[in-house]
Design a protein around this ligand. Structure first.
Ligand SMILES: *Cc1c(COP(=O)(O)O)cnc(C)c1O
Length: 378
């Protein structure tokens, strides 16, 4: 049994199936256990082994990963968490979920990531954590300010939703031991479980907290529970486990991940070469030797008009992301962030997923050129 999705240049993003996902889900369906099972644990082991870390804790989504990581790090009311405004709203919602306050910071427009200096400038006496976002798959190296952060008891929690598989130096993101790292395996991420997430904890104690929290604070496993008349609730928790149905998808996707890395790098380089002669569009660069690219983004003048023009040509452009400090829900934490505001008006995500062909990329870039010409920008 195989199913396939066929997005092309009309789609901005989408999953790529390796063909055995449906079978794997069918086997779990027939097995009759859909909660946290041996399949989920096998997925955790495979990911931990791949990253070269002692432990990995699977949860229901990337948002749940961020939320449980913040809880495991002891972040809560009265704490401030440094977070770039240029991220998906989930990063900010996770901070609010633990009752902490986001402290929005600006980004380097070249990488769309925070820099050491931006983090250092934002640190205050109430700062309890910093959440760098590994935008588009780019690793964020905070080692130069590590001692300062440690001395102040500030925890680093990486939002690596875009960055599964990327390398920082010789290690995979998640393996440097100095941060809790959160991955998303949502529908459009480089590896998908349908929906899912993973936390790489720093310590066994953090792993325990996340394992308890993801199962409503209940400590026993399903198997243990079947043999006792009660169960113990040991602390706060939510229904955050990764379903075995989703883990089964993740295991097949993981087997295809080497192909995903190669394809994504190849497509990104194809875009880079095709965009090079184009006036009026600036590629947001990624070091694809290290990063597994998640997005292909350009900055253009009159972005909204270019966007509309490309949509009218049936090209699946997107915007990652409207800045969070300008969102109504986060107005209480607004502060001026000039680089983020500028990038927020110029950024455009070109179709980027593993179904693209070189011909699709040609079509996208030609259409972009025509759109820029039509508005007098190229
Ligand atoms: C996707 C994403 C998340 C949230 O992950 P979900 O699995 O959708 O909950 C968080 N941060 C960033 C930057 C993301 O792209």
């Amino acid at each position: 049994m195989t199913v396939s999705v066929k997005p092309d240049a009309r789609r901005n993003a989408g999953p790529y199936l390796y063909g055995r996902e449906a079978e794997a889900v069918a086997r779990v369906l027939e097995g009759g256990q859909y909660g946290h099972t041996e399949t989920t644990e096998e997925f955790e082991r495979r990911i931990a082994e791949f990253l070269g870390v002692p432990d990995a804790v699977a949860v229901a989504s990337g948002t749940a990963a961020l939320h449980t990581a913040l809880l495991a790090a002891g972040i809560g009311p009265g704490h401030e968490v440094i977070v770039p405004s240029m991220t998906f709203c989930a990063t900010v919602q996770a901070v609010l979920a633990v009752g902490a306050a986001p402290r929005f910071v600006d980004i380097d427009p070249a990488s769309l990531c925070v820099s050491d200096q931006m983090v250092t400038e934002a640190v205050s006496d109430t700062t309890a954590a910093v959440m760098p976002v590994l935008f588009g798959g780019r690793p964020v190296d905070l080692s130069a300010i590590r001692t300062e952060l440690d001395d102040r008891g500030i925890v680093v929690i990486e939002d690596a939703a875009h960055a599964f598989g990327s390398r920082s130096g010789t290690r995979r993101v998640g393996a440097n031991g100095a941060a809790l790292t959160c991955f998303s395996f949502g529908p459009i991420k480089n590896l998908t479980c349908g929906q899912g997430g993973m936390v790489i904890p720093r310590t066994p104690a953090e792993a325990d907290t996340i394992r308890r929290t993801r199962l409503l604070g209940v400590v026993q496993s399903q198997g243990e529970r079947a043999n006792t008349t009660s169960y113990r609730v040991d602390g706060f928790g939510l229904r955050y486990q990764l379903s075995s149905l989703n883990a089964a998808i993740g295991l097949v996707q993981f087997d295809g991940f080497q192909a995903a890395e190669d394809t994504r790098r190849h497509l990104w380089r194809t875009y880079r070469d095709a965009l090079a002669p184009l006036d009026g569009a600036t590629l947001v660069d990624v070091d694809v030797e290290h990063a597994v690219p998640h997005l292909c983004q350009v900055r253009v003048p009159h972005r909204d008009r270019v966007f509309a023009s490309l949509r009218s040509r049936d090209i699946g452009v997107g915007v990652h992301y409207p800045p969070n400090h300008l969102q109504p829900a986060f107005a209480a934490w607004h502060r001026p962030l000039p680089a983020t505001e500028q990038v927020g008006e110029e950024i455009l995500s070109l179709p980027f997923h593993q179904h693209l062909t070189e011909a699709d990329i040609d079509l996208v870039v030609t259409s972009l050129e025509q759109a820029l010409k039509a508005i007098g920008a190229a």
